[in-house]
Every structure is written in C-alpha cells, then in structure tokens.
Design a protein around this ligand. Structure first.
Ligand code: GRF
Length: 279
C-alpha cells in the first residue's frame, strides 16, 4: 500500500547529556530514513556531548544557561508571566514554602524564555526532548503547545510505570521481567502526557542494570525515529476519551509489523547475548 504524501518535519532537539538519541536521529536523517530535518539543538549544559554531535553534523546548537543568580530574578520573571497564576497551575515544583516555589519558578521561566526565543526563531514542527533533564513549566509548555501538541519526549520505562529520571534503574530494582521505552506527548505533569508508542525488552535472570540500559537504548534508537516518521506521514491521531484525556492511535497499516519487528529484534539480540554470557 502507498504511504500518504508527506513533507519533511523540522525538528528542534533538546538534550542535556550524551545525545545518543540525537545521534540516532542524525544518522537516520543522513541515511535518508528520517522524514525530518533537525534544525536546532539546545542544551542546558555548556559541555554537553549532544552539542558537539550537533556541531559535527552542521546543525545550529546553543547552550541555554539555567543558572541565573541575579537578585532581580523574580522581578524579571514577573515581567514575563504572572508567577502566582503560574504557581497555581503547575504540578512540577512542590516545595511547601510558597516563596521558595516562586523563586524556583522564576529561575525556570527566565531560562525557558531564552529557550522559547531560540525555538521560535526556527519555528520547528516539533520539539523533541532527548534526555533533557530539566522540568518544563506551564509557561514553556503553554507557549510551544499553543496550537496543538508539539513537544515529544522519550522515556526509559513503560509509562505510567516509573516516571522520573531513573527509568532503567527503577525497572531493574523492582525486579521487572520486562522493561520498556515510551515516546509520549509532553503535558504539564511529569511524564504524564499521551503515549504515542511503546516497545518492550526482556530482563533475563542474572542481568545487571547496564545490560538493561543498553538493551533499552537500542530500542529507543528505533522507536523515536519511527514516531517522527509517523508524525510526518500523518499517522498519529489524537482523540479525547470519555474521561477527557487525550489518547493517541497510530493509523499506519504497518503498525503491527513494525512493533512486532522491534520485539523480535530485541528478543533475538538479547537471547544471543545471554547465550554468549552463559557459554
Ligand atoms: C535516554 O535513556 C532517554 O530515554 C532519557 O534520557 C536518556 C538520554 O540518553 N530521557 P541520550 O542522551 O540520548 O544518550
């Protein structure tokens, strides 16, 4: 069956660290297997390897400084947003003390203002989080998602299990026999947005967390580019359920074959690894 016509998406990638997911996208793009072009990479860490990977691929890349220490932080942020209102609508900063919360929100808003300025300058179709280790406030999310969901994230666990920063460690510590990875739209909660795609991998007896992480990462490099291609080809349909929550359905007729392929590949690879370890 022919695929519907599609245009190449323009992506902005946000990454804090090693940027191996970014690299997987760059490689797929270079091979002509990604229906997208990465037009901008931003990082909250000045020395992030992700920035170097972007520069090497001739992609514009910038560091966004999150360490504002100016005394005038609250006043500056208050000139951009109503901090009290933002505090009422936010779910990410939970300090009991209101002035601590407002100060943290103010710092976040100032950094996000710079993120937004950079992102708006290239007007991407999607903002892809790939190991971006910062909380995002409703100020940022509301701005980027003003005309529909535009922010996607890859999470190293099978959501809604194990939200937060340590998906592989949490999966391992819990003694799960299967782990997974999730690509989802980003909403105002932490890892709570509508799931777009998931893939699973086995955890075999005697394995350690590093083996699990490498296995999961190898899946991440398949699933994230595939989701981008589904978005580019109009195969990601969002509906609102009777509970008012958005749900995503992938309408690609090849969906079962693609997901089955991920599982087969990871089972095949991990069985070989296990046999090698055992022998
Ligand atoms: C990945 O495991 C991703 O799921 C998580 O952060 C990690 C980023 O790795 N959000 P990398 O920077 O892409 O190598």
């Amino acid at each position: 069956m022919d695929s519907p016509p599609h245009t190449k998406l323009r992506l902005c990638v946000l990454a804090s660290g090693g940027g191996t997911n970014l690299q997987a996208m760059i490689d797929r793009s270079a091979e002509g297997l990604l229906d997208a072009r990465i037009v901008l990479v931003l990082s909250d860490r000045a020395g992030a390897v992700a920035l170097k990977r972007a520069e090497k691929a001739d992609i514009a890349a910038f560091h966004i400084d999150y360490k504002t220490s100016a005394k005038s932080t609250i006043e500056q942020a208050a000139s951009l947003v109503d901090l009290a209102e933002l505090d009422c609508g936010q779910k990410i900063i939970n300090d009991a003390d209101r002035s601590t919360r407002l100060a943290r929100l103010a710092r976040l808003v100032l950094a996000e203002h710079e993120l937004i300025r950079r992102i708006d300058s290239v007007d991407p179709d999607y903002v892809c989080l790939a190991g971006f280790m910062r909380l995002l406030s409703p100020y940022f999310i509301g701005h980027i998602n003003a005309h529909g969901p535009k922010i996607i994230n890859i999470h190293p666990a099978l959501l809604p299990s194990f939200p937060g920063r340590h998906g592989y460690e949490d999966t391992f510590q819990y003694g799960c026999k299967w782990g997974g990875v999730t690509v989802h739209f980003v909403d105002e909660g932490e890892d709570t947005g509508p799931v777009i795609a998931q893939a699973v991998y086995p955890v075999w007896p005697g394995e350690d967390v590093e083996t699990i992480r490498n296995r999961g990462l190898s899946l991440e490099y398949e699933v994230y580019p595939q989701v981008i291609n589904w978005l580019a080809r109009g195969f990601v349909a969002t509906q609102t359920g009777s509970d008012g929550k958005a749900r995503v359905e992938i309408t690609d007729p090849h969906y079962p074959a693609i997901v089955g392929g991920w599982v087969r590949k990871v089972l095949q690879g991990s069985t070989n690894e296990t046999e090698t370890i055992a022998s």
